[in-house]
Design a protein around this ligand. Structure first.
Ligand SMILES: Nc1ncnc2c1ncn2[C@@H]1O[C@H](COP(=O)(O)OP(=O)(O)OP(=O)(O)O)[C@@H](O)[C@H]1O
Ligand SMILES: [Mg+2]
Length: 254
């Protein structure tokens, strides 16, 4: 579905991404894991069309994202959720306005009552109550803000969500609820995820496939289960040692 081939990107003289390649199949959950500064968000920005790569190809449903019509389709079908939900939401807008914006952009105009029902249904999908519609972001908890960001991302009926550290700003208990919600949406709507995280434990729990990034290069790609138990690259082994208890560490080289 999404294919990234030999993507490279520099800022000035600093090479940030070097020939990054991976794929996200339809309805697949792929984890992009790496330490801070390894280039994860830069990849997300290239996919979303917010940054222009220096070299490499990206394609969506088999067609190059460099084509204007493909980019336009992808800008509806690929949606994103970022780390800090509050800074993603205009503080002067109500929940109703925040949810209406993506609908106005992507769905034909609707009568008031049909629109109202759609807004409530969207909130319901992310387990938020319809009586929040007239609240402002500062009147919501951070967890509610993040679920609202997910609802906004779902509004255009996407096929892929790019989730850039979506859990980092949340308390552990709220993280668990968001994970549950994401898994439920994946099961019920078949949405694929590119889950960007520095947390191997999260990636191991949620992802079918993991792409490990180190200093802008992919060092390892494979099934989550096999990477967690048999990491082949020393960088991956080091990351796993930091975050996971045995038995994940028992394979470390002597
Ligand atoms: N607009 C920019 N101009 C110059 N350098 C940038 C820019 N954006 C990112 N960088 C640099 O690119 C590198 C990778 O940044 P990026 O945000 O992709 O990392 P990341 O893996 O998402 O890190 P984190 O886990 O902290 O979010 C960093 O060294 C960063 O300083
Ligand atoms: Mg980042």
């Amino acid at each position: 579905m999404l294919t990234i081939e030999r993507l490279s990107k520099s800022y000035g003289k600093q090479q940030i991404l070097c020939e990054v390649s991976f794929k996200v199949g339809a309805g697949e959950i792929v984890g992009l894991v790496g330490q801070s500064g390894s280039g994860k968000s830069t990849i997300a920005k290239c996919i979303l069309g917010l940054e222009r790569p220096d070299a490499g190809q990206m394609s969506w449903r088999g067609r190059s994202l460099a084509e204007r019509t493909v980019r336009r389709t992808a800008s509806r079908e690929i949606q994103a959720v970022f780390q800090d939900p509050r800074s993603s939401l205009n503080p002067r807008w109500t929940v109703r306005q925040l949810l209406s914006e993506p609908l106005d952009n992507w769905t034909p105009s609707e009568e008031g009552s049909a629109r109202g029902a759609r807004l409530t249904a969207l909130l319901d999908r992310v387990t938020l109550s319809g009586n929040l519609l007239d609240r402002y972001p500062h009147e919501l908890s951070t967890g509610q803000c993040q679920r609202l960001c997910v609802a906004r991302a779902l509004a255009p009926d996407p096929a892929l969500l790019v989730l850039d550290e979506p859990l980092s700003a949340l308390d552990v208990s709220v993280q668990a609820r968001l994970i549950e919600l994401l898994m439920e949406l994946h099961r019920s709507a078949g949405i694929g995820y590119l889950l960007i995280t520095h947390d191997f434990a999260v990636a191991g729990d949620l992802c079918e496939k993991i792409v490990v990034l180190n200093e802008g290069r992919v060092v390892e790609t494979g099934h989550a289960a096999s990477i967690l138990v048999h990491p082949t690259h020393t960088y991956t082994q080091g990351l796993l040692r930091d975050v996971l208890p045995p038995p994940y560490t028992q394979h470390e080289p002597k």
